[in-house]
Write a protein that binds this ligand. Structure first.
Ligand code: GAP
Length: 470
């Protein structure tokens, strides 16, 4: 299967089986915006829940937060995003669309000559000069672009919004471009209310917005997306920062592996100094070998004291920490782990996708870890027999209070299994005529295809052991 075929299959499966839909589809969509369907929302919620469990519940020194998407405009001036959160773009003189320089197609000589001839007829000297030195052309309106004159300019990625009814500048602010700024502005509130002692962390999951110029690769680069970020506040010393940086790199990689990612498809990539974001002293990405190349889906950054110092400077508030042990005051440094909920959902889907032949039949199977699979078990009466249906429906009702369960009594049993394999349901439970006698059901494992007889009364514990196993 070629790489583009894999993506086509994933996108089609996502649409067909209710994982991910293009946003506002009946109006021809909006670039870079997607909606999660019934199975997609379960998958993404499971991922977020597991992250929260791992980062907040299971750690003594990390607390959670849910800060607002809209903040005071000054937050974004202090954070450096108003000045530095930019992409260099070239603007077409004719249609005013903007493109990255490397996206502009080369202008073929014949095309250029034809344009020069046409321009000569119009006798515009300036235009002629412009075209003569043009090397590329606009992918939208096909006009020539002369990069010596129209050099790339910086365009900001923050998404503007208006507060209040008066559309003057005072009311203009931004939808947050990263969730962590809400954490920094609450640093003192958390210190005072939770009596946290350094080192400690604050974790948050939420939406972020960026006016990405070239959204694409399905949900890889979106304009509205979700981040799972944790900011770890430490003493301002390079050695201590190095220790925590290594610690968090390992913790984060181990977490992805514990949820079943293929090890050989994950790697770290260090950012070169000129590649780092304006706030970072050190940066490593966790990358996945996607069908469209090795791509980042989490960043681990040493942000030093950039954020707290800047917010202190811009707000005029003291954001230092008093260390009772050493009786000193300092501005903590921050080690950040910043994961994308949408990118990891996409990469979990790609990594789990498999096709195989069983007997003579081809099956598509999503080998999702049971903890993140959208539906945990499907319950089937072997045939539509009143007695079998009654038992199967009772089992389904019983399990539904704990997990998302799917009950299905239509079609052949083989077809019912295959429909569940395709959406990653780890267990298929079938009630057959023997069940009436021995009070047992057959549990089929999605991956091994092994079948086990399990007592109806023990089915909940059985699933619990398999799904929640650590
Ligand atoms: N607070 C640091 C920060 O935001 P980032 O590298 O810009 O760092 C972190 O973003 C993560 O957020 C990325 O690794 C990615 O998973 C996700 N992300 C960023 N931009 C995204 C976009 N346009 N679409 C989807 N996910 C995005």
């Amino acid at each position: 299967m070629s790489n583009s075929e894999v993506m086509e299959k994933i996108i089609s499966l996502c649409k067909r089986r209710g994982f991910i839909f293009p946003g506002s589809e009946i109006y021809s969509g909006v670039g870079g915006i997607y909606d999660y369907g019934p199975l997609g929302v379960e998958l993404k919620n499971n991922l977020k829940k597991e992250w929260w469990r791992n980062m907040v519940w299971e750690r003594e020194e990390i607390v959670g937060l849910d800060s607002a998407i809209i903040m005071n405009r000054r937050v974004w001036e202090a954070s450096g995003h108003v000045a530095a959160f930019t992409d260099p773009l070239v603007e077409c003189r004719r249609c005013h669309q903007r493109f990255r320089e490397d996206e502009l197609p080369k202008l073929p000589i014949e095309k250029k000559e034809k344009m020069i001839d046409e321009t000569k007829e119009k006798k515009s000297k300036q235009e002629l000069l412009y075209i003569e030195r043009a090397e590329v052309f606009c992918p939208n309106c096909h006009s020539p672009i002369n990069l010596n004159i129209d050099e790339p300019r910086q365009f900001n990625l923050l998404m503007k919004t208006q507060l209040g009814v008066l559309e003057d500048e005072k009311n203009e602010t931004f939808l947050r471009g990263e969730t962590c700024q809400g954490i920094y502005v609450n640093f003192i509130n958390i210190l005072n209310s939770m009596r946290t002692k350094i080192p400690f962390g604050i974790a948050q999951i939420g939406k972020a917005f960026r006016n990405e110029i070239t959204p694409g690769n399905f949900t890889f680069r979106m304009r509205e997306f979700e981040q799972m970020e944790m900011q770890y506040f430490i003493k301002p010393e390079a050695k201590i920062a190095e220790k925590w940086f290594s610690f968090w790199k390992k913790e984060r990689m181990d977490w992805y592996l514990s949820l079943g990612f293929s090890k050989e498809k994950l790697r770290f990539r260090e950012h070169a100094p000129d590649e780092r974001a304006h706030y970072a002293k050190a940066a490593f990405d966790i990358e996945y070998s996607a069908p469209f190349g090795w791509k980042e889906f989490e960043g681990i950054h040493n942000r030093g004291d950039w954020d707290l110092s800047r917010h202190s400077q811009f707000s005029g508030k003291d954001l230092t920490y008093f260390d009772e042990e050493s009786h000193t005051k300092f501005t903590p440094w921050i080690i950040e782990t910043s994961a994308g909920a949408d990118r990891s959902t996409l990469f979990f889907l790609i990594d789990a996708y498999d096709e195989e032949t069983v007997g003579k039949e081809k099956r598509v199977v999503l080998r999702l870890h049971p903890k993140i699979a959208p539906i945990k078990a499907a319950i089937f009466p072997l045939v539509k027999n009143v007695k079998l249906v009654k038992i199967a429906q009772k089992i389904a009702a019983d399990l539904k209070s704990k997990w998302p369960i799917f009950y299905d009594e239509s079609g052949s049993i083989g077809r019912r299994y295959r429909r569940q394999d395709e959406v990653g349901t780890p267990f298929g439970i079938t009630v057959d005529f023997d069940s009436l006698e021995d009070k047992k059901v057959t549990v089929r494992n999605r991956d091994s295809l092994k079948q086990e007889r399990v007592n109806v009364l023990e089915i909940k514990d059985y699933l619990e052991n398999k799904i929640e196993a650590r």
